[in-house]
Design a protein. Sequence first.
Length: 275
Amino acid sequence: MVTTVKKHVEDLWEEIDLLSSGDPSALSVVTEAIELLDSGEARVAEMDASGEVLVHEWLKKAILLYFHLSKIYTIEVGPFEYADRIPLKRGLADRGVRVVPGACVRWGAHIGRGSVLMPSFVNIGATVGENTMVDTWATVGSCAQVGSRVHLSGGVGIGGVLEPPQAAPVIVGDDAFIGSRCMVTEGAVIGEGAILGAGAILNPSIPVIDAESGQELSRGKLPPWTVGVPAQRRRVYEGGEFFMPCVLVIKHLNPGERHDKAQLNHLLREHGLSL
């Protein structure tokens, strides 16, 4: 079934400029693809056996096709009125998901059983794993992939990406903890069990540096089972010395080590930081 839907979406993509808004046969195909995302039968991206991000471009194309084909219509939710092309996700209680008033999930996002959504936003194409907390005012952007048992603290921004179709979305591994007001964007990767301290910015231009060795570990990738915090490093330019943002790895955890918030807060306080 998935192979057939994929072929039909790829064929439609080649003819996108010829498709008119509301085309019923095209919408039927695209809707079938997005239902696969909504149910969790398919996902936009995942980590392959080598640890590289594998992007299923045809699913991003399906979302872009849906935008192209759909008309804006009025959505009423209690006293609120919206004008959008994409309906809201339904049946969350039946899926074992707790949704606090003020949370908004678009159709085409998959939310795993046992997850809790405080007033927050999850966009189309995103995946949120089982037993994950999306805390107040956190945002999970289009096609972002968030693992199971993750905590996205208040105000966290997990960036989205639709175009170009081959671009990798943000990946957050299982058991990760993202501190308040962090911004994780542009295809950044948070490894399994990793902790990112409050206020950090992580994207492919941000160096991740080991505090003990001073060596740059990566750009935009926080290794699994590490504690990373926002920091700055000095750079000299013709116009003077400036401090550029980086993420500093201050601790390596044992794989599978559970996050003890009291111990984490103690560790971060030693560095003048917090979750």
